[in-house]
Ligand binder design. Sequence first.
Ligand code: BGC
Length: 380
Amino acid sequence: MKKTLIAAFAAFLLVGCKGNAPVEEATKSGLLKKNFQTEHQGKQTDLYVLTNASGMEVCITNYGGRIASILVPDKDGKMRDVSVGFESIKDHISVAGNNYGALIGRYGNRIGNGTFEIDGVKYDLPKNNYGHTLHGGDNGFHTVVWDAKQVDNSTLELTYLSKDGEEGFPGNLTCKVVYHLGADNDLHIKYEAETDKPTVVNLTNHCYFNMDGDVAVKNSDWVLYLNADQYTPVDSTFMTTGEILTVEGTDMDFRTPTVIGKRIDNFEFDQLKNGKGYDHNWVLNTKGDITKVAATLESPASGIAMDVFTTEPGVQFYAGNFMDGKDTGKKGVPNGHRGAVCLETQKYPDTPNKKDWPSTELRPGEKYTTETIYKFYVKK
Ligand code: BGC
């Protein structure tokens, strides 16, 4: 009885009444749950809302495990949505090649020539990016419907079974990702996976952060700190060359917080030319220590800052160089060139073909576990 009353009260809070037709109230970030409800791949999609006592809100859809909005206070206490994406599941599904806010797997970043070997067995993957495999293929984890369980107001558990052979990868991979919004405006993402055959795993999140909460504002004035002495350079097909180079004396040095726009267009430097701007993996000095800051991104205009903490050895800083304004994002504003920054924590690109790098292999009986925290605050 008590439970029924609570459920009725919760429904009353969520659904206002206009005449006879119930009208759904939007989430604080302006999204409507009903715009995220559809059937896809025989499964139901929905929008899940995480909140904390400080008033922060994160909305997530189980389609691709995508973060749909992140609402945080700016320096004047005004709430801004710092996650770029769409207002409906229709756009998330239909806009070609997009991965806004998504969970990326089975292998985040690139695998060279779409091929790798384990125990002498060669596996061929779909080549979807300049002859290589990017983000687990076009039908990677960002495009699948995860099973969702909202554990409490601030925790969402997503699970997915990636079948043996899916997008060419070996082994049935059981995955669990837990999103948890902490009291300190800290968004935790915990990844777990187990396999029944040797395979490779590199899971990450592809949130496009706009630190002004306005995708019309480009990332050039935001300040970035990367706690990294080294990075992995790429060739003209965005494929890592296998080298690990120092950032010292180059435009890749973010050990002193630097505005992104200062050097991004220096195409005299082959790395910025190859990446069309920043689109590289940095080798973190934190070496898996999640208590140390790996990266900080901040907008001096809004005052919104975000620290990144991770158990992972690398982070891909992608400056939205391929964003071109062709997709219309939230509030009808085009998701324009460099209107966001992605900080994708991960193992290094093409590790399955780079035997000396921190391994991405997962074998039966082992458990893959990683964690990343995006912590928001105001810098006055
Ligand atoms: C890649 C970019 C790619 C983007 C969108 C990033 O992780 O490095 O090259 O365009 O994701 O998929």
